[in-house]
Design a protein. Structure first.
Length: 331
């Protein structure tokens, strides 16, 4: 039996997620290269009736990017889709040999994304024609032997909640266009955004499914090895790293699945050790830590006006925190 997913657009007074409402040359995961979670669109007022829906032939874990009246989104049916935002009609689709969990990034006339085929792609945003592809050392889901104390203890088991794949982020320097993305092969890659040639790569000791964050000349990336890394964006040289909690026997409360957010000199990161961290962006020193009350932080927070917004997994909390002191504002 095939499992399908729908992309649904809602008709409202203003389109809160449509990045065509203002004049910008890009669209990417979580709003910007800092993953701020704030989108440059008109003020949202209310939802209305369904405008259209588009059916794919697989589950959708990719987040859409909206650019120039086109929504780009990946599906587990191994395709990346380009859909007209006005009527929901397909403009084009691009087939890969693997599920597309990566959220696409668009810059000017190019859309970038990854696939479980083991490649990251650059396509013409208008036609869907391939410009280049870059081969990683292979994509897979995380897992371990004896995962969560499941039996038999010597059998490798995939993590059932490892839904994400690293989404690319673009350094939009016209003189040095660079695309950054992580891979299940444990690397963070920096490639030339125009031709896909490798500039540098950085090896971690775990799967990298989180999306890199760019901020003040550094790129920040989390790994399933429990570390958040701060690297020089030009050279890939490690500047500092910060360790979150681990659980080496059962691997339940450990690992970094979420992406970091940068704002006002701080890096915010949720981890599967039930910790939400605020770190000094320059040196990686801990500023504060908040608890998920036994639940993972797997989503990427949003920050605006000194307030950090994030949800938890099993404790079902939506938190609004003082971004500087972690004082709880409301639940």
């Amino acid at each position: 039996m095939k499992t399908s997913a729908f992309i649904i657009f809602f008709l409202s007074t203003f389109l809160s997620f449509s990045q065509t409402e203002v004049s910008i040359p890009w669209a990417m995961f979580h709003g910007c290269e800092k993953h701020c979670g704030i989108y440059p669109a008109r003020e949202f007022r209310n939802f209305g009736s369904s405008k259209w829906k588009f059916r794919t032939e697989g589950k959708i874990f990719s987040s859409p990017a909206v650019f120039n009246n086109v929504v780009y989104i990946g599906s587990e049916d191994k395709n990346l889709y380009a859909i007209n935002t006005d009527d929901g009609k397909l403009k084009w689709k691009f087939p890969t040999d693997g599920a597309v969990h990566s959220s696409p990034a668009v810059f000017k006339n190019t859309v970038y994304f990854g696939s479980f085929s083991g490649y990251y792609y650059a396509l013409d945003a208008v036609t869907g024609k391939e410009k280049w592809r870059f081969k990683t050392e292979g994509e897979k889901k995380s897992g371990a032997k004896g995962l969560w104390s499941l039996k038999p203890a010597n059998l490798f088991m995939e993590d059932l909640y490892d839904f994400f794949q690293s989404s690319p982020v673009i350094n939009m320097d016209e003189n040095d266009l660079t695309l950054y993305f992580g891979s299940a092969d444990g690397h963070l890659y920096a490639v030339d955004a125009e031709n896909g040639k490798l500039k540098w790569k950085f090896k971690t000791n775990g799967i990298v499914n989180s999306s890199p964050t760019l901020y003040q000349g550094k790129v920040y990336i989390g790994s399933w090895d429990t570390y958040l890394y701060a690297l020089d964006a030009k050279s890939g040289k490690e500047i500092w790293k910060f360790k979150t909690g681990d659980q080496p026997d059962i691997h339940l409360m450990e690992g970094i699945q979420a992406s970091a957010v940068a704002d006002d000199g701080l890096i915010y990161l949720g981890a599967r050790d039930a910790g939400l961290y605020a770190l000094n962006a320059e040196n990686g020193q801990l500023v504060w830590k908040a608890s998920g009350e036994g639940s993972w932080f797997v989503g990427t927070p949003a920050v605006k006006g000194g307030v950090l917004y994030i949800g938890t997994s099993d404790s079902y909390l939506m938190l609004a925190l003082d971004a500087n002191r972690a004082g709880k504002i409301q639940i």
